[in-house]
Design a protein around this ligand. Structure first.
Ligand code: 5RP
Length: 263
């Protein structure tokens, strides 16, 4: 791995803990003004000091994020669909590598849809993204998007993550599932989990804890942070699990005390 690639990866996965806390706010690329992100600029600004990196689209980055804040960027480079369409797998690459470089992306990210009608197109696009990333030393985070018809079990998610790794992705993002430790052993690149739909703060912290205990390198969480009752407290609680190995109870206590202090 060349120096630039290693250096960029170390902005995503912190070398001192070997873990990654990523904040995902890229939902608008197919969901539009997602609940909690209607005012993306003001929702995300107070969360920035607590995340290791920020995953979003170039439009959100240019319009809503202060360029002077030194947060590493994981830039979404796939899209081309909307929630109004039945088949969400019909995605393509939507950002030129030169624009990703101009935006100082620390990593680029795109979705693959294994088992969906356009799986071929999305896997080939991942390969093209990896070729572009390798050319300029930019790591690629593959997201295993799951079609409505797919079961999010270890068998399916291992298949999707392993295909991402074999295609050349440097990190893969997937969903937590039962026997997640088995999935991690079958995937030779770092695995991060998505938070998924909003659940209670306790359940979201439990999810983060179980994923890290089972071998995930980190969490790339969106809705369970920015839709939490106290998002700034929530990101600090998740961070305490990812980087400091806090138990769920300790993290929940931290959440409650920060929330009470409105921090
Ligand atoms: C969509 C994505 C989203 O960024 C991510 O999955 C959302 O995170 P969360 O599920 O925690 O809201 O990659 O494909």
């Amino acid at each position: 791995m060349d120096w630039g690639m290693k250096n960029r990866l170390s902005r995503i996965i912190r070398p001192d803990t070997g873990k990654a806390l990523m904040l995902a706010v890229d939902h608008g690329y197919f969901l539009g003004p997602t609940s909690g992100l209607e005012d993306l600029e003001n929702t995300v600004a107070p969360l920035l000091p607590y995340t290791d990196s920020l995953m979003l689209t170039r439009g959100a980055l240019r319009n809503c994020i202060n360029a002077k804040f030194p947060v590493p960027i994981v830039l979404r480079v796939s899209g081309g669909n909307s929630v109004l369409e039945e088949d969400l797998s019909h995605e393509d690459l939507t950002v030129d590598i030169e624009d990703a470089i101009r935006l100082n992306a620390s990593a680029i990210t795109m979705s693959i849809y294994i088992g969906s009608p356009h799986q071929h197109q999305t896997i080939v696009n991942l390969a093209k993204t990896v070729d572009m990333g390798e050319k300029y030393g930019i790591p690629v985070l593959a997201v295993t998007a799951v079609g409505k018809e797919m079961t999010r079990d270890e068998r399916y998610l291992s298949l999707a993550c392993r295909i991402a790794a074999e295609t050349g992705a440097h990190i893969v993002k997937t969903y937590y599932c039962e026997d997640f430790d088995k999935l991690v052993k079958k995937v030779p690149i770092p695995v991060v989990i998505a938070g998924g739909k909003k659940v209670t703060e306790k359940d979201a912290l439990e999810l983060a804890y179980k994923a890290i205990s089972d071998g995930a390198v980190g969490v790339d969480m969106g809705r369970n942070i920015f839709q939490a009752e106290a998002p700034v407290a929530m990101i600090q609680a998740v961070r305490s699990i990812v980087h400091h190995g806090n138990s769920v109870k300790k993290a929940l206590d931290l959440y409650s005390s920060l929330k009470a202090k409105k921090k």
